[in-house]
Design a protein around this ligand. Structure first.
Ligand code: GAR
Length: 187
């Protein structure tokens, strides 16, 4: 049995999509964790029948959260719209076993403060002709690490940030579970 921890701070549509993708795979189990106790992702977890829990930012920073992941024998960590920085000790415990998705073609439109709609607003404001997704392992900088997968989508001159968000989410739903499946098959 491989145990996957999904960390999410917000709506959690990717978390739900990932859980659904693996629902017939009996050798993989999920637990969803959020740093926001009222995040919609926890409602989704409840509805999906997936174990879930919230934690405090201080517990991430002081190692309490990491101790919990170790005690629960977590094998792999998926960041699906998770907005806090991962502490160095966690990177040491899970080398190349923490994967993040970012809704742009990194290194463009990454870094602290660049998340969700802010990314798509910046892409449209800059008149970019394409955007996309980046799936990458984590190092100790925001939105950096080794790129595992990238793919693009055209941005039309008439596209609003919401249009770009929609197109990018479609890419996320299609590719993120497949990339996770490939990564955990190599554990
Ligand atoms: C996703 O688009 C993800 O790429 C992005 O947050 C969104 C979460 O949506 N992540 C970042 O911006 C990380 N810097 P969701 O909660 O509906 O899955």
């Amino acid at each position: 049995m491989k145990k996957i921890a999904i960390l999410a701070s917000g709506s959690g549509s990717n978390a739900e999509n990932i859980v659904n993708y693996f629902k017939d795979k009996k050798d993989i189990s999920f637990k969803i964790y959020s740093n926001k106790k009222d995040a919609y992702v926890l409602e989704r977890a409840k509805r999906l029948g997936v174990p879930y829990e919230s934690f405090l930012k201080s517990e991430l920073e002081d190692g309490t959260f990491l101790s919990k992941l170790i005690a629960e024998k977590v094998d792999f960590v998926v960041l699906a719209g998770f907005l806090l920085k991962i502490p160095d000790e966690m990177l040491t415990v899970f080398p190349d076993k923490i994967v993040n998705i970012h809704p742009s073609l990194l290194p463009k439109y990454g870094g602290k403060g660049m998340y969700g709609m802010k990314v798509h607003e910046a892409v449209v404001a800059a008149g970019e002709k394409e955007s996309g997704i980046t799936i990458h392992t984590i190092d100790n900088h925001y939105d950096e690490g080794s790129v595992v997968f990238q793919t693009t989508v055209p941005v039309l001159p008439t596209d609003s940030p919401e249009d770009v968000a929609h197109k990018v989410h479609e890419l996320e739903y299609k590719y993120f579970p497949q990339v996770i499946e490939d990564m955990i098959s190599k554990l």
